[in-house]
Design a protein around this ligand. Structure first.
Ligand code: NAP
Length: 392
């Protein structure tokens, strides 16, 4: 579906012309500055990613990133720069603690970061946080140590860096972290609602010695408010070193969710993105469409309607950044949106077809036809279409 006509060297292939990013009317986007998702630039990371025996890296992993040219330049520079090797040379080698207690540093202490921190604290882990916004007060009330400066946080040598930023800001946030200050064996985890993108970003950006776990708790501050029992927790151990302490650390982290009663689902990031487009993205899309309709509660709400109102409220409680991230950074989402459009068209055709059938029967009986005038245009159109179909 997404073709990549031009190829960038250094293992990154891209559709490089930014003129392709704009206004593709064939796909229903009419605003002149709206990038066409179908033609949205994609970085293609090939199998240059590190493999240390435990690594699983696919060829042809597509990653969508806004501001293509900027990002490609930055990423290429980053990969060519001595930063990675310097980090490998300079990182201090702190032994991992033997206790089950983890020192978890949350990067991105917004809605979801704060929500998840509460469970970590309740289970006795040490939680540090950093965010673009100063959340010192909220952090204090949660027993979390907040660091305005990410350098100070990294100097605390957390066991785990947990990325809870928006999907759109992940690249910027990772590249702004002074990871050379972390201990050599840091485990990087993310909770982003798309999975191939952070996986590839981690593999490309982090030194070989860092472990990588990609996760998606399939719930949030609303759906997981009272309990996480039975709620799915997806995870993919993308790259975990063979040392016992490193295996133990990742399992300790995963166990946090198991202890809360989550339904544990181990699957690849690739599979996740396929399933999530068909389930989560469609749910959010319907919720957003409902919001545009502006439904209101009535004195005669059915149970089904109540559910629709709930769905709308739950989905719009998440930021639009999150929703747009589900679309831009999951290669499967565009197809789902197109299918949704086609499905609505098909339902409309079925309905109007029914009206037309009835109309034609009445005409045969030479009875007077009294249909709402709102139908007449559509019916006429449908009649013309049918005649054309019959002639062709
Ligand atoms: P979000 O809008 O996706 O992300 C908000 C977070 O991103 C905040 O911490 C914010 O920092 C940070 N951020 C946004 N733009 C930034 C930028 N330009 N530079 C640096 N930081 C930036 O809302 P969210 O609900 O908190 O979700 C966070 C992550 O969790 C997302 O990746 C989402 O996909 C994932 N997730 C969310 C849910 C959910 O139900 N909400 C469930 C599972 C997974 P500041 O607050 O400091 O501005």
């Amino acid at each position: 579906m997404f073709s990549l006509p031009s190829i960038l060297s250094n293992n990154i292939q891209t559709q490089s012309s930014s003129s392709l990013l704009f206004n593709n009317h064939h796909h229903g986007f009419h605003h002149s500055t709206r990038p066409s998702p179908r033609l949205h630039h994609r970085l293609l990371f090939s199998s240059c990613a590190q493999t240390d025996g435990s690594t699983t890296t696919n060829n042809n992993n597509y990653v969508s990133i806004p501001s293509l040219d900027d990002n490609v330049t930055r990423l290429s520079k980053f990969l060519e720069s001595p930063r990675l090797s310097k980090i490998e040379a300079n990182t201090s080698s702190h032994p991992l603690s033997n206790s089950n207690k983890l020192k978890i540093a949350i990067i991105g202490f917004g809605n979801f970061g704060q929500f998840i921190a509460k469970a970590f604290i309740q289970q006795g882990h040490i939680v540090l946080a950093h965010s673009r916004t100063d959340y010192s007060h909220v952090a204090q009330s949660l027993n979390v140590n907040f660091f305005k400066d990410p350098s100070d946080l990294c100097e605390q040598h957390p066991d785990i860096i947990l990325l809870c930023t928006s999907i759109n800001s992940l690249e910027r946030v990772i590249h702004s972290l002074p990871i050379q200050k972390l201990k050599r064996n840091t485990l990087f985890v993310d909770v982003l609602s798309v999975k191939e993108f952070p996986k590839n970003m981690f593999l490309q950006s982090l030194p070989q010695e860092f472990d990588i776990l990609c996760t998606h708790p399939m719930f949030g501050p609303t759906s997981g408010k009272d309990s996480w029992k039975g709620l799915p927790f997806m995870f993919d151990k993308v790259r975990i070193g063979q040392e016992e302490s490193r295996i133990k650390r990742v399992n300790n982290f995963i166990n946090i969710f198991e202890k809360e009663g989550c339904r544990m689902v181990e699957m690849s990031c690739f599979e996740h993105d396929k399933y999530a487009a068909d389930s989560q993205f469609i749910t959010h899309s319907i919720g957003r469409v409902l919001q545009k309709l502006g439904p209101e509660t009535t004195p005669i709400n059915t149970k089904g309607y109540e559910k629709l109102l709930n769905l709308m409220e739950n989905t719009i409680a998440d930021s639009f950044d999150l929703y747009s991230g589900l679309f831009m950074y999951n290669n499967n989402s565009m197809k789902v949106l197109e299918r949704l459009d086609a499905a609505l068209e098909s339902v409309k055709r079925e309905l109007f077809g029914k009206v037309l059938e009835k109309l034609e029967k009445r005409v045969v009986k030479e009875s007077r036809v009294a249909f709402p005038t709102t139908f007449s245009n559509t019916i006429e159109k449908l009649q013309v279409e049918r005649k054309e179909e019959a002639l062709s």
